[in-house]
Each structure stands twice: as structure tokens, then as C-alpha cells.
Design a protein around this ligand. Structure first.
Ligand SMILES: Nc1ncnc2c1ncn2[C@@H]1O[C@H](COP(=O)(O)OP(=O)(O)OP(=O)(O)O)[C@@H](O)[C@H]1O
Length: 265
């Protein structure tokens, strides 16, 4: 259920306040405040077990927080399920796990937004494969993504190519939505140089289109390249919130390893 309060355009695309999350006796998140504006890429950094994935799962409706509130464009919301978050314009990239192996790239890119053939075949649910291929290719061209031929089944793609297709699919779903928020969990894990560069430019293009992006990654060069702000978690607490102008790789490593004192304790 989505509870509505007032909305303002200056409000963050997504804001979390006072978020606690427990796994049994483990306190994975402790009073986390977080926000991301439209057109901003926020890197969520931290050592193993810091709470990054848990926070992303709270944002995507996969986990319900023990305490705290979530707002989308100034409206207080509740995400009892991932579909409630998707309905509010929040897309989580599930990488290759959510692709349909036996189907081709175009079919995967248009899942849930199929183009039907003209009636009467369209009334019976027959899809227009040619139109789907053309739209998928146009979407990928617009996003600057190059993969295999649109007719290639996903099961014949490399792990890296699958990741790029999954990311592109989320990008096409979220683009054009005023409140679009993209959640990316390690989007370049297992990617080669060329595909990592494609993912970098895809993230920057989404931000240019006004999409709010939250990037969880251990890949500091990627984070430095695309992010406008860096939020560091440490043992479930927000440890630092650093604008790009103050961030250097050395400083970020210092915050991640806990060597520097907290600005926000
Ligand atoms: N399903 C679970 N059950 C119990 N504890 C969990 C579960 N998932 C995560 N945790 C614990 O919650 C804390 C935060 O884990 P989380 O996966 O969010 O960290 P992370 O920052 O994403 O780590 P990594 O970089 O290693 O993926 C850790 O102490 C972890 O052991």
C-alpha cells in the first residue's frame, strides 16, 4: 500500500530516514539516512558486510525495514514487495538472473512491454517480433550499448553480455519516468574492459536523462568515474557522505576501511 503525503519537485527522488534493519539478532542497518536526487549518481560504498546490499534491498522492496520511513519525491511510501517499489518507479537490476535464457535479446528487452501484432492476431496475444527487434535495437542505440544480434538467445551470450542486456533492460524500463530510480548492485562484476566502459557510459547517460542512480560497488575506479556523491557504510551505520569535489581514491579507501573518523557520528 502506498500512503500519500505532500509532493515537491525539489524533493529527492528517493529518501530514507532512520532506517533500521535486523536479521534476527544481527543489526544490519542502524539509523540510516540516505537520499538521491534526480540526475544524481550516488555510490554506496563500504567493506564486506557493511550493509550495502541490505540497504539496496530495503530501497527495492525486497526487505522491509524494522524502523524508518521511505519517501519517493516527497511522498511517504511503503514497499511491502518488490512490485510495489517497481510501481513507484524504482528499478533494481537483477543482472542475468531475471533473463529468460531460451528467448532472444529483443524478447528479453521487451518483456512486460510486448508489441502485439495487428488484430485479429494481436487480440490472441501474438507478438510482432520484427517491431520488437527494431524497438530494442533503437533503445540500445539510444543508450549507446552494443551487444550481439537481437535474435541471439540469451543462453548463447557470455556472462558479461548478459549483464549488459539486463542493465539495458532496466534502463529502458526506467527511462522517461520522472521519478525514475535505478538501483545497481555490482553492475560490473565479471565484466571485461569494454563492457565495463559500456556500463559506465550507460550509468552516466541515465543520470543525464534525469534518472536517480544508486550504485553499490567495490570497483572504486567505476565509482570515481560516474558518481556525484559517495556514501560510506561501516557496520550498518552511515560513516561518511562525501561530494565528488572532496573525494579522492585515498580518502575513500580511508573511509571504507574505517581509518578515518566519522563526520556524521
Ligand atoms: N539473510 C541474512 N541473514 C542474516 N544476516 C544477514 C543476511 N544478509 C546479510 N546479513 C548480515 O547483515 C550484514 C550486512 O550484510 P550486507 O550483505 O548488506 O553487506 P554488504 O555491505 O552488501 O556486504 P558485501 O560487500 O560483502 O556484499 C552482515 O553482517 C551480514 O552478515
Amino acid at each position: 500500500m502506498i500512503a500519500m503525503t505532500s509532493t515537491t519537485d525539489a524533493a529527492p527522488a528517493l529518501r530514507l530516514s532512520g532506517i533500521d534493519m535486523h536479521y534476527g539478532f544481527v543489526r544490519a542497518l542502524d539509523q540510516i539516512d540516505f537520499h538521491v536526487m534526480n540526475g544524481e549518481v550516488v555510490a554506496l560504498l563500504g567493506d564486506n558486510g557493511a550493509g550495502k546490499s541490505t540497504l539496496l534491498k530495503v530501497m527495492s522492496g525486497a526487505h522491509q525495514p524494522t524502523a524508518g520511513t521511505i519517501e519517493v519525491h516527497g511522498r511517504e511510501v511503503e514497499f511491502p514487495s518488490p512490485s510495489a517499489a517497481t510501481h513507484a518507479g524504482i528499478q533494481m537490476v537483477y543482472q542475468d538472473l531475471a533473463l529468460v535464457e531460451a528467448q532472444d535479446i529483443a524478447t528479453n528487452l521487451t518483456l512486460g512491454r510486448e508489441i502485439l501484432r495487428k488484430p485479429p492476431l494481436g487480440w490472441l496475444g501474438f507478438v510482432d517480433k520484427k517491431a520488437q527487434r527494431m524497438r530494442s535495437q533503437a533503445d540500445l542505440d539510444r543508450l549507446g550499448v552494443r551487444t550481439a544480434a537481437m535474435t541471439r538467445p540469451v543462453e548463447m551470450l557470455s556472462g558479461g553480455q548478459r549483464q549488459v542486456v539486463a542493465l539495458a533492460r532496466s534502463a529502458t524500463r526506467v527511462s522517461g519516468e520522472r521519478s525514475g530510480v535505478m538501483l545497481l548492485d555490482e553492475p560490473t562484476a565479471a565484466l571485461g574492459y569494454e563492457q565495463t566502459k559500456q556500463v559506465e557510459s550507460l550509468i552516466m547517460r541515465m543520470a543525464d536523462d534525469g534518472i536517480a542512480c544508486v550504485l553499490v560497488t567495490h570497483n572504486l575506479p567505476l565509482a570515481m568515474e560516474v558518481s556525484s556523491r559517495f556514501v560510506v557504510l561501516n557496520r550498518g551505520r552511515k560513516y561518511a557522505d562525501i561530494p565528488k569535489s572532496e573525494a579522492s581514491p585515498e580518502a575513500l579507501v580511508g573511509w571504507i576501511t574505517g581509518a578515518r573518523p566519522s563526520m556524521f557520528a
